[in-house]
Structures are given as structure tokens and as C-alpha cells.
Design a protein. Sequence first.
Length: 386
Amino acid sequence: MRSVVVLGATGSIGLQTLDAAERLGLEVEGVAARRSGEELAGLADRFPRAKVAAADPDPSGIALYEDLFGDRCGWGMEALVEMAARPGCIVVNGIVGAAGLEASIAALEAGNRLALANKESLVVGGPLVMEAAGHGELIPIDSEHSALFQCLRGEQASEVERLLLTASGGPFRGRGTDALAGAGVEEALSHPTWRMGPRITIDSATLVNKGLEVIEAHFLFGLPFDRVDVVIHPQSIVHSMVEFVDGSIKAHLGPADMRIPIRYALTYPDRAEADVPRFDLTRTDLTFEPVDREAFPALDLAYAAGRGGGTLPAAFNAADEAAVEAFLAGRIGFLDIPGVIAEVLESHDRTEVTSTEAVFRADREARAAAGEAVARRMRGRKMTPS
């Protein structure tokens, strides 16, 4: 079996991947994280044969790392890209944000299997990633896209009518726009199903995350946006569905446990036995609802960015990251998040995605525009009498 490189090794996906690799008897050849610190050092001790890299290391700790781990260490994003390009590996990309793009491309161009948990790679650089995928193998880890990948296995692309991505609805399911106006940070971080990082949890609350997944599905499976739909499924048991031209629907069901898609990406085309909770269908209710697109306008903004193509999805992603950061810091309200995104998309100077430089330029410009939109809202709030 092939060895494993884990990027974003100290995050939830990374740690679960490392546990799975140990259980499956896979050698861990590299571990990388954004920061150098005790967590990454602990992984270096745990996997003594693995290379170790940090994209943004603490300068004061580099000497200590090198004393402890010698030439196993690498620094900067270049080190992560080099690690992803090690031949003959399964590269699990769990890096957060657009920063994961270059590593995704490097892994595929090296002929590796890319087990992708970094949806932003496809959102911001879809054409580049799919071109590189011709050299390697791309297996999604996101639970929804893993579900679609499994439902489509053995099926003819010409027989697919549409893809149905399921969404839990987040903590604000069923609330209208008026009720969301005063939504606070703590409430928005209380996801009913999944335990995730702050940004993705807020994205789930706004349905931005589902919009990113729509763009990701478009690139992964080659279907136009009008054949990729979203449905609210509060139980998070049906992870996604495929409707075929004969009217039949194939669904992927399972516990809300990321160990399942992670192990599938590592062992594909085989399945390995996993110690995950089973559920009794006779005690389970499955319900589905349409998306309230008025209360959650970010989903339609994602569709608009995806249909517009070029650098618009990168601008959407960057504007969201900046808006979420401002919301978490208390500078803007919950409903300002889609408002900031809409302003950035309206002003964005779209170009084609011909290089990673074009993507990162669009990312920088969109973040700057989002910062200005946030500042305008803050000034407006101060000018409004209390």
C-alpha cells in the first residue's frame, strides 16, 4: 500500500486521517501544518520517519525544531508543495482556504492520489486543478462529495440528471430574515451536527459552505450549475443523492462521521472495516426541506459566482473569509456577511483562471474590497442613532 502525506495535519481532518493511516497500516511520509508548535512537534515524535513542514513557522521556534528533528524539517509554503509532490503518495489536503491550491496541483502533477478535503482548491482554481487531475487521481473527502462520488461509481455520466447536495440547515434553520438580524457569534458557532473550525461553522450557518460545495461539485463531476441542487436535510444522514434520467434516485446514507469518507479516500477502490457507530433505520426519521433563499442569499451568490466563472469564485471565497473574520471579531452583523460578498462580486474585475498568480491576485483584490465594505458598514453603524 502507498504511503500518506497529510497537509493540515493538526486539524480535525488531519488528525482523523493520521489515526486511520495507523489503523490501516499505511506509512506516514509527511505531516504539515500552517504553524510550527507543540501539536506539530508531537506529530513529528509520533511519526519519526515523516518529513515535517510548517507553512508559516514561528521564527523563534525554528532552531528548536531543527535541533529536535534535523533535516526532516521544511519551512514555508514551498515545503508543503514539495511534500505534496513526493511521488507514489496519497496526499490528503486538509489545509484551510485558498492556500491549499498549489499543493493540490503539485500532488496531481506528480501523479499522486489527491484525497481532497480543501474544497477551496476547486472553488478558486477549478480549471487548474482539473487540468492537473489528468496526471493523477482526485478523490473527494468532503462528506457530500464523497457521497456523490460513491453514488456515481459504475454509472454512465450520460444517465445522470442532477446532483442533490444535502445541507443540515445549520443553527438557524427555519428562521426568517428578521430573526437573523440579531444573530450572535456564539449562536452561529453552535452547529447542530458537525464539530468544525470557526470559519466553516459560520459558513454552514450562512449556507456559504453549501455554495462552495456546489462550485466544487460542478468541477468534480462536470455538470452545469442548473443540474446541481441543494436540499435541507436536518438529520445529516443522507449525505447526498444522484437523480438519473429514468427518475430513480441513488442516495448515500451513513453516520455523520468523517472517518468514513477519509478511509474511503485512502483505500479506494476497496472498503476497509471501520469502528464507527451504526444506526437503526427503523428509529430514524428522514426529512427534506427547500432552502429559504431569501433568508440565506449567500447560496444564490455562490451560484452566480460559479456561473460567471473565471476569478469570480475566488472573489466569492476571499470576500467570505474576510466577512466571516469581521463577524467573528464583532465588527459586522450576521446578515452583513452575504452583503459584503455581494458588494465584492459586483465590483470584481473578472479575469480567466490561467495561472495560480491570477487566482491569488483576485484573492488579494477581493479581500481588499471586502475590507472596504466592512469599514463602510462599521461607519454606518456608528452614524446610526442607538
